[in-house]
Structure formats: C-alpha cells, structure tokens
Design a protein around this ligand. Structure first.
Ligand code: GL2
Length: 818
C-alpha cells in the first residue's frame, strides 16, 4: 500500500519530535541544519515504506529491469525533490511556516550531490526520475565519489577550484548495504589450466583487490508509491590494516590495497566532453562496472538458474563509453564464474547491452593505451583481444579486401583500446541523443559502423523532468499552469499544448509576465547577495549557463556584449532595451582557454558595470558556482536562452529544454535538440542564426575557412578584437587575453584558427539579437512568444524519452503497485 505524507499538523509535530530525539533540543534551540535533518527523516519515513513495498513487488512480479550504467549521476538536492514526488511539499512548507521557518532556508542546508559534470550526468538523474514516475523497474549504477564536481570560487575574475566535501556529515538520503559487497580485482597475471573436458580454466593471480560496498539511494516516482534504487559504489580495503600481524609481503600488499581503496572513489574527474586518460579513471570504470554486474547477476540467480535467459530479465544501458567495460566484464563473469563457453556468453552479452553515444567531439572519445589496460585488467584484456579478433573477421567477411576499413574499425589498433568500437560491436542498440546528432553519427563520425550494422542505430532525443525544473524550480509558474489547464502535464507534458488557448488572452499574458518578473526579482536578489551587482528586473535577462567549452561559444556571447558596449558608447541615444547578460559556467581545472574566457567575462563585467555613462543599459553578471540548485532559479528568471554552439557540435543540449519549459525564448544555432525545438515551434518564436551543420562540416572537410577575412570585412569585429589586446579590458596586463585573440586568428597557435567559427557566425548572431530587441519592446508580443514556448515544450520531457527507450530498446513492463 502506498504510504502518503502526513498532514501539515502532524508534520509540524513530527519535526519538533525529531529535533528533540535526534539532537536533544527544543525546536527553538535547533539550528537550520538540524531542522533540515529532522525534515529529511520525516520525509524518509514515508519514502522508506514505499521503497520496501516496491522492492517486495519486485520480488513478487520478477520484472525485467534496466540497469542504467553511468559514471555520473548529477542528482542535485533530494529533500525538495522527494517532498514533491511524495506530494508533501506544500504540507512541509506550511508546517515549517507555522514554526516560523522559511522552507528555502531549510532546503539550502542540504549539500548539492554533484556526482557529475554537466548534461550527461544530469540526464541520467532525469531518466531515473522518469523511470520511477512511469513505474518502470530500474537501477542506477554509479560511483560514490567522496568529492563531487568542485565548487567554483571567483577570485579577481579567475576561477578557483575548491573541493566539494559533500559527505562531510552523514547524507540522509543514502543507505549503506554491506550485505551486497563484492570483491573487485586489479593487476596481477592470468594462469591457464587445461581441464580434463578440453576446456581451459583461467586463474587470476597476484592481483590487488578492493571490496565494493554499495550505498543505495531511493529514487521516488511522482505520486505513485514507486521507489527505485540508485546504487553508488564505494571502495574499502579487503583486509583491515593491522600493523603488528603482517609479514613483510603481506604488509606491502596491505598498504597497496589500502591505497587502492582510498584513491578509487575519492574524486570525480572534472572533464566534460573531454577525456584525460588517467589510469585511475580506468580503475574507477572497472570498479563500478564489475561491482554492479556482480550484484545484478547475484539478484538474477536468486530467482533463476538458466543464465541463457538473462536477457529476458536484464538490460544494461551504457551511458556513453565510460561503462563499456560492461561488455568484457559480463563476458568474464559468464565464462569464468558461470561456466559458459564463448559463443553462449557472447549470445547473452550482446542481447543484454545497449550503448548511448553522447558526443561527436573527438577529444571525448575514449581510447586507452593497451599497455595500461593490459597491466590493470589482464583477464579483461584477453577477452577484448578475442572480441577484437572475431569482430575484425566479421568486418572482413562483410567487406572483403577492405583492410583499411578493418584498421579504422578495429577495437585494438595503434596500440590503443577503442572503447566506442567495442561498445558498438557488442551492443544490440546504438543511439544518439537528438535527431541531428544521430544523423551525424550515421553519416559522418560512425559511418563505417552504420554501414556494418544499420539496424542497430536509432535516435532517442533527450528530455528533462518537469517535476524538478518547473514544479520545484518555478512553483509560481507551475501553480499558474495548474490553474489554467489542470495537473495532467505533471506526468504528461504534451498537455502543455492546452496553454495555446491563452495565447491571445491579454489577462493571462499579463499574469504570465508578472510571474516572470517575480522570478527575475528573486534572481536579482540572489545576484545582489552573491555578486553585489545591482541588476534591474525590468531589463532583459539574457542567460547562458552551461559548462565552459570553446564549442559552446561563450566567447561569441561576450564578444557580442563588447560590441554592444561599443555601440552604446558611440551612440548614446541609440534605441536599446536595457539588457542584463548573465553567465554561469565551470571550466575543467586544466582547460586554460576556458579559464581565460571566464576571466574575460569577469573583466568585461567589471568595466561595463562600473561605467555610469551608459545609464545601466548593459549589465554583465557571472554567477559563481553554477550548479543544479541555483540553476532552477536561473531558468525560472530567464527571458532569453543562449544555445549558440557551433552547429554539429552539441549532441543535444538539455539546458535549452529547461529554459523553454520556464518560458524563455531561445537564440540558437541549428544544433542538437535546438533543431527539434525549432520544429515543435513551427519555426516561430525562436531566433535562429549561424551556419548549418552541413556548412560547418563542409568547411572542416575543405579547410577553406579563413577568420582573418571575417575580421577584415567587419569593422565591428576589428574593433572588438583590437580591444582584446590593447588593454581595454586588462589595463595592467594588455597581453592577458592574447591567447584568446590568437585562438581566433593565428593558425600558428592552434590546430586551426577559430576552430568553432565564432567570427564566421558573428554578424548573423548580432542580427538575431537585434530581432530580440525589437520583439521585447512590445510586451504582449514577447509574452506570447514566451508562453508559446511553454505550450510547445511537451516533446522535451524525459518521460517521453524514457517511454521511447522502453518501447524500442528495453522492453520493460510497468510494475503493478496497488
Ligand atoms: C553531452 C553532450 O555534450 C550534450 O549535448 C548532451 O545533451 C548530453 C546528454 O546527452 O551529453 N555529452 C557529454 O559528454 N557531456 C554532455 O553533456 N558531458
């Protein structure tokens, strides 16, 4: 039976009781942090009952489950999310209110579990939310990083990385499960033994090992009593270190095992769309893959004995190539631990694993040096060799004589293990994350593989959960939508189209704009509190928040701001609607160009925000430490959403969808899911600019783009670029931004000058901004455009995405819950 949240009165009492029993304090004496913990337990009580009920139904109904294998789950804070899904948010808010406490301050006490970098990790979290809401049996499998994504401090305009110690105090929404511990082995060597029946036994010796311990987190569905599980793995040494009792050899090994365990799950690599190729990362990958597979098989064998039927009950979805070791580790477990021969093991594996590709960026393709791979995972390497041998034979049979093709496609080539190739060879499904991205995979970046296995390729356009990004982040708009069209959109976002009835209703448009203004005031206060910059909530809030990457072109945005500033200075009376340009972005710790762009944005902000002569027409704000929790407020307050990646480079984007859901109008390129947003909007109420992906790809192929021409033909560009190197934005050190200048113009300094076509798209970007200015001036026109975006956002729910994965790839049944 589904358990409901108690009434407001009961919650009020329970919170006080908890404060007393947990902290031996009266409510009045408790700190905000203690009240947060008390609230978390009140909510947990209900969650745990539903979790138990769900798991009992799992045991009874024995459904097929998806294991979503991901190095990243950017779940964000859970208290608010769980209260919403348990339908108790208002009750808790009212209870706290009666006790004189603001719920926002309580939610703010929770650390923001940032076990991911950006879009890929947040997508995994949205998928878990949708799976539970749609009642599909699912496990998330990941890593319990002790330090998640770093916290960003801005000092003198520069990014400083500060460790994110989210586990400093006990996290209330996780449960250690020592009963599901498994050993994971690294290094050593493999000995063969021929068996009397003619088979060979492989014995792994001389290895170091750790014990993998899962921490389970409940994943609540919306208002349905369903609670799935996210298991994140932590490592501990096999032998507890007892100094006195160790012989010399044991002592060394114990030290090694201790260090291995200590380092394994310490920290998330902070690279987005970029691999660092460190051995520790490969260890992390094998660690969580091996532990998750062992737990999955262990569960399977509790109720089944025929391992050949595994694909009827289990599917492993690999979130990018990071968990590709799933392929070889499943083969190992099936053969070495469960006695299958190669062909049977391959049959089972290739019916259990599916792969999602999330990027075409070459620097994000994982390739491991064979030597490192072999040394760390000797048995797995043997299996990969055999997979590769058979795969190459298969290619040869299909394309006889085409040895070059075999070389291009091989899993082992040029001294490297190519993870994407193994993922595709073994998976029964390979999908991209937006229509355009999937087409580029098929026709360009994975073309050889598409020719080999056309039937494997399919598209699953990304989505986001409206429960977090509207109901929680923007409750004012959420309540307004409910008042107009009811509640059905909460679990079926396509119902948002009913808002079309209000597009010509002046009163509704006014209400809608009033809510946006309230949200802008909330953000303006946040900006004042954090940046000490005064921004006018009546100005246009033009926002670009996402990871900092050259392909995402924050540089184009800030160069345009520099251009606008020049225009306003030169023509003080020009017609210009005051605009606040808001940025938020973390750069990977070692990504120098990206870090310098952050510094540039902050320096431009300092000059413009302090220039009284422009009469507050322009403001520039860099929001420190952009993360899931402040993102919700930022989306709610945006008028304009900047989605300006070089066409073909952003696989999908999901921020674009979060802005759209919150009634921001997009300025964007025909890239990623922007293309589908454009289609859903019938090409209206969105500002498209720049080259198409075909044009970009053609220039890349023909090497015929020269950014110097762009500069010479456009005096505005000339002026702005001149200001990069004449000290205009860095008086003390005019050379500071020279590397940015060089990256745009100087072929000697980068692989290709202006790799991401910033100057090429500059003029058309300026034009699109002029159109935004014109549209915004008419309040009703703008309101209609913005509301039309909300009305057409239906497709971009992760509920829709998950239903497509279920129908086309996973074939799951909904769990029955009374
Ligand atoms: C990404 C893509 O860059 C992004 O466009 C996409 O929306 C997400 C989710 O599919 O995946 N790929 C990637 O490596 N990261 C992403 O955010 N980090």
């Amino acid at each position: 039976m589904k358990r409901q949240m108690p009434s407001t009165k009961e919650i009020e009492r329970e919170i006080q009781d908890r404060v007393k029993s947990m902290f031996r304090k009266d409510f009045e004496e408790a700190t905000k942090e203690e009240i947060y913990r008390a609230c978390a337990e009140v909510v947990n009580d209900v969650v745990i009952d539903n979790w138990l009920t769900t798991q009992k139904e799992f045991n009874k109904q024995d459904p097929k489950c998806v294991y979503y294998m991901s190095m990243e789950f950017l779940i964000g804070r859970l208290l608010g999310n769980n209260m919403i899904n348990m339908r108790g948010y208002t009750e808790v808010m009212d209870a706290l209110d009666a006790l004189g406490i603001d719920i926002n301050e309580i939610e703010d006490q929770e650390p923001d579990p940032a076990l991911g970098n950006g879009g890929l990790g947040r997508l995994a979290a949205c998928f878990l939310d949708s799976l539970a809401t749609l009642r599909y049996p699912a496990y998330g499998c990941g890593i319990r990083y002790h330090y998640g994504m770093f916290k960003q401090k801005i000092e003198d305009g520069y990014q400083k990385e500060v460790p994110d110690d989210w586990l400093q105090t006990r996290y209330p929404f996780e449960l250690e499960r020592p009963e599901y511990e498994f050993e994971v082995k690294f290094g050593g060597w493999v000995r063969y033994e021929s068996q009397p029946d003619g088979t060979t036994k492989y014995i792994h010796e001389g290895y170091n090992s750790v014990i993998a311990t899962p921490y389970d987190m409940p994943v609540t569905g919306f208002d349905n009593g369903m609670v799935n599980t996210l298991m994140i793995w932590d490592a501990k040494p096999k032998e507890v270190f007892r100094l006195a009792s160790f012989e010399r050899g044991d002592y060394n090994k114990a030290v090694e095992d201790m260090n291995l365990a200590r380092n394994l799950t310490e920290v998330l690599y902070p690279n987005d769309n970029h691999v660092q190729g460190k051995e520790l990362r490969l260890k992390q990958q094998y660690f969580f893959v091996s532990a998750s597979l062992q737990r999955a098989l262990n569960k399977y064998f509790r109720y089944h004995h025929d391992i050949m039927k595994l694909p009827e009950k289990v599917v492993f979805q690999m979130n990018d190539t990071h968990p590709t070791l799933t392929v070889a580790e499943l083969m190992r477990l099936l053969m070495d631990e469960h006695g299958l021969g190669w062909d049977d093991a391959w049959e089972v594996t290739t019916h259990c694993v599916a792969y999602t590709n999330h990027t075409i960026m070459a620097e994000a393709l994982e390739k491991w040096p064979e030597e490192i791979f072999k040394g760390l995972l000797p048995r797995i390497y043997m299996i990969v060799e055999e997979i590769n041998r058979r795969f190459c034979e298969e290619i040869r049979a299909k394309f006889p004589g085409d040895e070059q093709r075999i070389h291009r496609m091989a899993i082992l080539a040029d001294g490297q293990v190519k993870m994407a190739h193994m993922a595709i060879a073994a998976s029964f499904s390979v999908n991209g994350v937006a229509a355009l991205h999937t087409e580029i995979l098929k026709n360009v970046s994975l073309h050889d593989f598409y020719e080999m296995y056309p039937e494997k390729f399919n598209n699953k356009t990304n989505g986001i959960t409206q429960r977090r990004f509207l109901m929680h982040g923007n409750y004012k708009l959420s309540d307004w939508v409910i008042s107009k069209i009811g509640r059905s959109w909460i679990t079926d976002l396509s119902n948002m189209e009913k808002l079309e009835n209000y597009l010509d209703d002046k009163k509704s448009l006014d209400e809608f704009m009033e809510i946006k203004l309230e949200n802008k005031k909330r953000l303006a206060k946040y900006i004042w509190d954090h940046n000490k910059v005064n921004v006018d909530p009546n100005s246009i809030f033009d926002v670009q928040v996402k990871r900092l990457h050259e392909y995402k072109r924050q540089l184009l945005n800030i160069l345009h701001v520099m251009y606008l500033y020049n225009q306003i200075k030169e023509n003080p009376d020009m017609d210009f609607y005051p605009t606040t340009f808001i940025f938020g972005a973390k750069a990977s710790a070692g990504y120098e160009n990206a870090k310098l762009i952050i510094k540039l944005i902050n320096n431009v902000a300092a000059v413009i925000n302090n220039d009284k002569s422009i009469d507050n027409k322009l403001k520039v704000v860099f929001i420190e430490d952009y993360r899931v929790s402040n993102a919700e407020w930022i989306f709610a307050a945006a008028d304009v959403s900047e989605q300006i990646s070089t066409a073909s480079k952003e696989a999908s984007g999901t921020g674009n969808m979060k802005f759209m859901l919150n009634g921001a109008v997009t300025i964007g390129t025909m890239d990623g899911a922007n293309v589908e947003m454009y289609n859903e909007l019938d090409g209206e109420n969105i500002f498209i600019f720049g080259m198409s992906s075909d044009e970009v790809i053609a220039h890349e192929k023909n090497h015929d783009y020269n950014p110097v021409d762009e500069m010479n033909n456009n005096p505005h560009i000339q002026k702005v670029l001149g200001q990069l190197i004449n000290g205009y934005y860095s008086i003390d050190n005019p050379e500071l931004f020279r590397p940015i200048y060089n990256s745009l113009l100087n072929t000697q300094c980068t692989e290709r000058a202006d790799m991401y076509f910033v100057l090429k798209d500059f003029a058309s970007y300026c034009e699109a901004h002029e159109k935004i200015q014109a549209a915004y001036k008419d309040r009703e026109t703008w309101a209609k455009m913005a509301l039309s975006n909300v009305a057409h956002v239906g497709k971009f729910s992760s509920d829709r995405t998950i239903q497509e994965y279920v129908d086309d790839i996973w074939h799951l049944d909904k769990l029955e819950l009374k």
